[in-house]
Design a protein around this ligand. Structure first.
Ligand code: GLC
Length: 750
């Protein structure tokens, strides 16, 4: 009874805390602080238990006791964070608690699919739930703050960090961003199972020249506002509490020193009140960027740009006090930063109980629970994209498949399935494809195995044994792709073929004359023309996390009918990059039906990708009716677009019905189509459902040459279908111009 009463009491207390206004508390504490203590709060160091960047401060405990640290990251476990928190609370003058941060990108110990994989599910509730589980586990290990979601739109698969985001589309990235923020933060930050989320990396980090990480970003303000900004605004609308700067420059100004981003847009236009932390040593990097000659200048530029906390750089700590004395920065600006940092600590309830997240009992009880593993398996199933299924060889049925040859360097991998940014995920807990298929086949079919080759190098000596195993089987399942170590941060590739001789192994196995199901495991879109040609069936499974093996087996044996869709285009070759569905028409559009010279095309490859944004097959078929519009014209009121979708195949299944809009004529050129909605529906065999989308004029606006935001009267096409390149069409007319209510303000902060 007592426990129940205590729970009810703590729930009520947390509700009160969440709604509370902490202004007085913050001001009262701020008044007591010395300038050195304020600058200490603006300092974040990594503990040495995990390394996620180029340098290491070393003995952070000394810094904590000296009051030089406001936040630590990469320090995890209830016990270790309790030990460090005690130093801050009991050994410093004011006892201000620490914030503990960590990169909980797609799970903490129960690892979910990499975010790009999860984004293939087009299931927002599922992605919110994945973030919820991550927050439950991380908060139980003493973590208050995750450096996620990464919401960088990217159109370039050479960039290794595409694995962390939701692909090439702005609208879809915005929807996913909201889901992930809500999953991490929940609806009560004072609850001990929620964590601060962090919108990163502000801004346009996903558009480096050549897809080379940290490289220069140079683009028009129109593209910056129409393509890269909206997912961050979506995070603010979802209540995100923190932002992280990006390493890159934009048009000559590194983000970490850019007041246009962090004052004009984030604070003035969006009224964001949260904390801005730099990326790892990003202030120090203003020197190699060439806009600061020394650390004091770098620190001044960052503070004057609106940055609140210095991750690992030790620039604020070592230079700001002197910069105030030299009159280069104002203590008022430092106070603004410290207020925001203290406020999130109050919101988390850390001043009421600094040890409320350090609960070793809870850590033991929630981590890697069966419920979390079940939710991870469900997310993994739904992240799988069926790219090819010649003659419907999938799903395999065990009554006529008696011998299965499982081949390939990823077939038994328990490490690579965890993907990049695996936090504290352990291969020991992960289930390989081999384990998943073994459990699925049991005594109903014999599972043969051969590795065939490694994931890198040119050694083909394992091919012979693999061919023998294939020849003894009824069907081959070949697991090939990328190790987890070649996608993620600082993992750009100029060649995005499957590495090593894995594709040669696939070609070699064709001699067995058996159907070949290729299971891809990778952290980015790859160039797969040969694999598409050689494979009978092709499953894109990404790096699916702890429950990868069982989830892939569920799909192979038909326990789950694949429903994933690609959140990024797959180029035919690297020369096509950047290739994305919402491109412009150009003045010389190439028409493959009526090819002619002097058009915008290549001599050696079509303009289309191998697989388009939104593409993904099912074991069943879906038929689309015609689009019905509620009106042929739109003035002020929204119109609706409806369509009937029927499951005409042999399996129950899910379909992602996608809505795209084209503005045919604008003051500026407009993309051929842009996603403006989607709905994932379940249809039993033979069932028909009507899907209805609402189209409002506010969703049609864009930034013109003069940076005004609006949309002109004129003709619009509506597209609805199963993929960006497979749609039905209808049209409507917008009868009058519309100007967005909040217009772009010229760059104010210098
Ligand atoms: C890294 C990443 C950033 C991460 C941070 C802390 O350099 O760019 O995404 O959150 O450092 O590990």
């Amino acid at each position: 009874m007592k426990k129940i009463l205590l729970t009810i009491l703590s729930l009520c207390l947390s509700q009160v805390m969440w709604a509370q206004d902490y202004t007085k508390d913050v001001e009262k504490l701020l008044k007591k602080m010395t300038l050195e203590e304020k600058v200490g709060q603006m300092t974040q160091f990594t503990s040495s238990s995990d390394v996620t960047g180029p340098t290491l401060r070393g003995n952070v405990e000394k810094d904590v006791k000296a009051g030089h640290v406001g936040s630590l990251f990469n320090a995890v476990s209830a016990d270790y964070t309790r030990k460090l928190q005690k130093m801050a609370v009991e050994e410093t003058r004011l006892g201000i608690p620490l914030l503990f941060g960590y990169d909980v990108i797609h799970g903490f110990k129960t690892i979910f699919p990499i975010p790009l994989g999860e984004a293939s599910s087009f299931d927002l509730e599922l992605m919110q739930d994945a973030a919820r589980v991550a927050a439950e586990e991380a908060s139980a290990a003493g973590i208050h703050w995750t450096f996620a979601p990464m919401v960088d739109v990217s159109r370039d698969p050479r960039w290794g960090r595409v694995m962390e985001g939701a692909g090439e589309d702005t609208y879809y990235n915005s929807e996913v961003a909201k889901a992930r923020v809500k999953g991490f933060q929940g609806d009560d930050l004072a609850a001990t199972n929620t964590v601060l989320a962090c919108a990163k990396h502000f801004l346009a980090y996903g558009a480096p020249q050549g897809g080379r990480d940290y490289h220069t970003v140079d683009m028009s303000l129109q593209t910056l506002h129409d393509v890269y900004l909206p997912p961050f605004k979506a995070c603010v609308d979802a209540g995100v509490e923190t932002f992280m700067t990006s390493f890159n420059e934009i048009n000559g100004t590194p983000s970490t020193a850019n007041p246009y981003l962090f004052k004009d847009i984030l604070r003035d236009q969006w009224d964001f009140e949260g904390v801005v932390v730099t990326d790892y040593t990003a202030i120090n990097e203003l020197i190699p960027h060439g806009i600061a000659g020394d650390l004091p200048t770098a620190g001044q530029l960052a503070l004057n740009a609106g940055i609140d906390m210095d991750m690992e750089g030790d620039v604020f700590l070592s230079t700001l006090v002197q910069s105030v004395k030299d009159g280069k920065v104002s203590e008022k600006d430092i106070d603004h930063a410290v207020r925001r940092i203290l406020l999130v600590k109050f919101k988390l309830g850390l001043f009421d109980d600094p040890y409320r997240y350090c609960d070793a009992e809870r850590e033991k009880s929630v981590t890697l629970s069966q419920d979390f593993k079940n939710r991870a398996r469900k997310a993994a199933q739904r992240s799988i994209v069926l790219l090819k299924n010649e003659n419907q060889i999938l799903p395999l049925t065990l009554n006529n498949t008696k011998k299965i040859a499982l081949i390939g360097p990823l077939a038994k991998s328990k490490k690579d399935v965890l993907g990049g940014w695996k936090a504290k995920g352990s291969p020991k807990q992960a289930k390989s494809l081999f384990e998943g298929m073994k459990a699925a086949t049991k005594d109903k079919a014999e599972l043969l195995y051969a590795k065939g080759c490694k994931m890198s190098g040119a050694d083909t000596t394992g091919f012979a044994e693999a061919l023998e195993v294939a020849q003894q089987s009824d069907v081959v399942v070949l697991a090939i792709g990328e190790p987890r170590t070649i996608s993620g941060e600082a993992k750009s590739r100029s060649d995005i073929n499957i590495p090593g001789v894995q594709t040669e192994l696939l070609a070699h196995l064709k001699q067995a004359g058996k159907p070949i199901v290729v299971v891809l495991m990778n952290g980015r879109p790859l160039t797969l023309e040969r694999e598409d040609e050689l494979a009978d069936a092709l499953l894109e499974t990404w790096h699916l996390g702890t429950m990868a093996g069982p989830a892939i087996a569920d799909v192979i044996f038909g326990k789950y009918n694949p429903s994933g869709k690609l959140p990024m285009s797959f180029p035919r070759n690297v020369g096509q990059i950047p290739i994305f569905y919402n491109a412009k028409n150009t003045g010389r559009p190439f028409d493959p039906e009526k090819p002619s010279g002097y058009k915008s095309n290549y001599l050696d490859v079509p303009n289309t990708p191998l697989y388009a944004f939104g593409y993904g097959l099912s074991y069943t078929e879906f038929a689309y009716g015609d689009i019905k519009l509620s009106a042929e014209t739109m003035e002020d009121q929204p119109i609706t677009a409806s369509i009937e979708v029927t499951n005409t195949g042999d399996y129950d299944g899910e379909e992602v019905v996608q809505l795209y809009i084209q503005d045919l004529i604008g003051k500026s050129t407009r993309p051929l189509k842009e996603m403006k909605g989607f709905e994932k529906i379940f249809l039993k065999k033979g069932e028909t459902k009507t899907v209805t989308f609402t189209i409002a004029k506010e969703a049609l606006t864009y930034h013109r040459w003069d940076m005004s935001e609006g949309v002109e009267a004129g003709d619009f096409n509506v597209y609805i279908g199963t993929s960006s390149d497979n749609v039905k069409q209808a049209s409507f007319k917008l009868t009058k111009d519309f100007e967005a209510s909040k217009q772009y303000n010229p760059i104010k902060s210098k």
